[in-house]
Design a protein around this ligand. Structure first.
Ligand SMILES: NC(=O)C1=CN([C@@H]2O[C@H](COP(=O)(O)OP(=O)(O)OC[C@H]3O[C@@H](n4cnc5c(N)ncnc54)[C@H](O)[C@@H]3O)[C@@H](O)[C@H]2O)C=CC1
Ligand SMILES: O=C(O)C(=O)COP(=O)(O)O
Length: 618
């Protein structure tokens, strides 16, 4: 065989699922498995072979972007449904999972079951606490809230345990709004009290004289999905509707003839107040002695949001003093409330047992919405209704999928290049893109690099949910930089670089001129490639394992290292050589399917021209 120096070499083979669409490149070179014994090099000393990969490009379906795909290979994931869920949703779940429905479990019973579950589906009645995540022992990957409010889920604990929380935010909106209107009208006309009186054999027409809705001012507190539907309906009843919501766009309110006003103006000028904000630390007990005192005397209050936004003792006082004439409540701080609750028993209070979402239609819709979100998450997709992870539209995900794979692999390679004892503190990620800054969502990529950096050196499980939290907890400072790239804006990124500052490397050539470990990768034809190690340009597809060798640039190196690997039946899937100049230093990057044994690696290290080498697992 002539002594020809290889600059790049592709050993391409179809993946089992490969089919070659006409637009996709096909084999540039086909060689038998036992490379290099029968290798026939190209005759040009400058270009050996064009590097073309024919592995199937990464698609979102192949990719556990959320990092929560059910881990149990070959068995269906298990979903525990702890509260009544519509049959249509259960059907969706059964198509992909083992479903266990166990209602009315005590916290202890739930903790006992949870270690065997990959997902849990709840409504408002189940408290998903830190203790529950702890009891899950790491297996619980998804909590599905079959409804809107997630105040019964400890979101911080979910983040720390890398558990994705998804909800079903739209299917019960109308049901909740209709229930709000039902309570408004029932309260104004004393329907519940009059009904109880007639059933008790009385006929008290003068006692139950109501008030009219038409012409009255209604303040909608929280102008989101439910609040705006309530407003729309109240306008149909002839009410003057104002709203308070610090985050709602004024033009959306204006479009349905509603004026957004301050909190104080809303509560002090209205005859009726309807609550539709979520329970958060900022909204807890916002209706209290002080705020009731600002209300118009005789105001009437409806609450289909959450009991906790009202200080219930203060409401009893306001009802007793007549500041609040009536209240209609679907929700309570404690559910169910105590039997002797003064609030529930108050004659001017109408109550329902958290029925806002309880219509046949809403329950069917919510069940399907949550089942699809949970199944999608268990398949590793990022749910559009994720509460504690970035919500990324499906088309953006599809585009970013191969970059997410690249990002994780760059992280994995980078951390393996760090010499033992030098802890990583600062990570800089550089994204080169021809697009505008806000056109590439890098949150997923950052999470995947973090995953790649942390998982090989620890027992923690990192995913899109907990990546930032875990990085922070471990004192890993991650900075991101965007640089312009003169490539095509049709692709989101030209390349990604990972820089690790202040560390030593066990492969000195991975240190760039600026003293950091530097790796760069690109996506080519949907396949992630390593394109830069330190200051050396290489080009090797990132599939399984990589051997990096620094050598004096000279003929025969690929052949020599290749035959050491070939003798041990280690299959080479990609190779490339980057050098500083003819006959100077070169880096050979070799992609291998199998992990060579220690003896084989030692032999590579003993090849006279090899100055240093590293074996890296992907
Ligand atoms: N009783 C029941 O069965 C049901 C209750 N709900 C509850 O209704 C509430 C609203 O649900 P959606 O409209 O679907 O949610 P949403 O998220 O669409 O709307 C909530 C709105 O509240 C606003 N908000 C946040 N903080 C606020 C504050 N301090 N003051 C005023 N507004 C504030 C937000 O900007 C948002 O526009 C949630 O708490 C939910 O749990 C929802 C469905 C059924
Ligand atoms: O969706 C919500 O926020 C609700 O409050 C509905 O609760 P539920 O699912 O009926 O327990």
């Amino acid at each position: 065989m002539a002594a020809i120096s290889f600059k790049a070499l592709a050993v391409a083979r179809p993946s089992p699922s490969f089919s070659s669409p006409s637009s996709r490149p096909v084999f540039a070179l086909s060689v038998p498995r036992r490379f290099p014994a029968q290798l026939v090099p190209h005759r040009s000393p400058r270009i050996c072979c064009s590097a073309v990969s024919v592995s199937a490009p990464v698609s979102v379906a192949d990719l556990d972007i959320a990092g929560v795909a059910a881990a149990v290979v070959g068995t269906k994931p298990t979903v525990l449904v702890s509260e009544k869920l519509g049959e249509a949703g259960l059907e969706v779940l059964r198509g992909f999972t083992n479903v266990e429905c166990a209602y009315n479990l005590s916290p202890e019973e739930l903790r006992a079951k949870i270690p065997l579950c990959d997902a849990l589906i709840v409504r408002s009645g189940t408290k998903v606490t830190r203790e529950l995540f702890e009891a899950a022992g790491g297996r619980l990957k998804v909590v599905g809230r079959a409804g809107v409010g997630i105040d019964n889920v400890d979101l911080q604990a979910a983040i720390e345990f890398g558990c994705l929380v998804v909800n079903a935010p739209t299917a019960n909106t109308v049901a909740a709004a209709e229930h709000g209107i039902a309570l408004l009208a029932a309260m104004a006309r004393n329907v519940a009290q009059a009904d109880a009186s007639v059933k008790a054999g009385k006929w008290q027409r003068n006692k139950f004289v109501g008030v009219s809705l038409v012409g009255k001012t209604l303040a909608v507190m929280g102008f989101g999905k439910v609040g705006s539907e309530v407003a729309r309906r109240a306008k149909g009843l002839g009410m003057h509707v104002i709203a308070h919501d610090p985050y709602a766009p004024a033009d959306r309110a204006r479009a349905i003839g509603v004026e957004l006003v301050s909190f104080d103006e809303a509560i002090s000028t209205s005859d009726f107040i309807s609550l539709h904000m979520p329970l958060t630390p900022a909204t807890a007990k916002v209706f209290n002695d002080e705020t009731f005192a600002k209300m118009k005397k005789g105001v009437r209050i409806v609450n289909v949001a959450r009991g906790g936004v009202i200080d219930e003792d203060a409401l009893v006082r306001a009802l007793d003093s007549g500041t609040v004439a009536q209240a209609a409540l679907d929700v309570f701080t404690e559910e169910p409330p105590a039997k002797d609750s003064k609030l529930v028993q108050h004659p001017n209070v109408t109550v329902t047992p958290h029925l806002g979402a309880s219509t046949v239609e809403a329950q069917e819709g919510v069940a399907i919405e949550i089942a699809e979100a949970v199944v999608g998450a268990l398949k590793g997709e990022l749910a559009a209704t994720a509460v504690n992870a970035p919500m990324v539209p499906a088309e953006v995900l599809a585009e970013l999928a191969p970059y997410a794979v690249l990002a994780e692999k760059l992280g994995r390679l980078a951390v393996q290049l760090v010499a033992g004892g030098s802890g990583i503190k600062g990570v800089k990620i550089v994204y080169a893109s021809a697009r505008d800054t806000d056109e590439v969502d890098t949150r997923i990529l950052r999470a995947m690099i973090t995953k790649g950096l942390i998982e090989p050196i620890s027992s923690v499980f990192v995913n899109i949910v907990n990546a930032d939290y875990i990085a922070k907890e471990r004192g890993l400072r991650i900075s991101e930089e965007r640089i312009p790239h003169d490539g095509s804006p049709d692709v989101p990124l030209g390349f990604i670089q990972v820089h690790l500052a202040g560390v030593e490397s066990k492969f000195a050539s991975a240190i760039s001129d600026s003293g950091e470990i530097r790796l760069e990768g690109k996506v080519k034809d949907g396949i992630p490639h390593l394109t830069l190690v330190g200051s050396f340009g290489v080009d090797v597809s990132l599939e399984r394992n990589i051997i990096l060798c620094r050598q004096v640039d000279q003929p025969g190196m690929i052949g020599r290292v290749g035959s050491i690997l070939g003798d041990k039946n280690v299959n080479v899937n990609f190779m490339s050589v980057g050098r500083t100049g003819l006959g100077k230093q070169a880096i050979m990057a070799i992609g291998v399917d199998e992990e060579p044994d220690k003896e084989t690696l030692k032999k590579i290290g003993q090849v006279p021209a090899v100055e240093e080498f590293a074996f890296l697992k992907l």
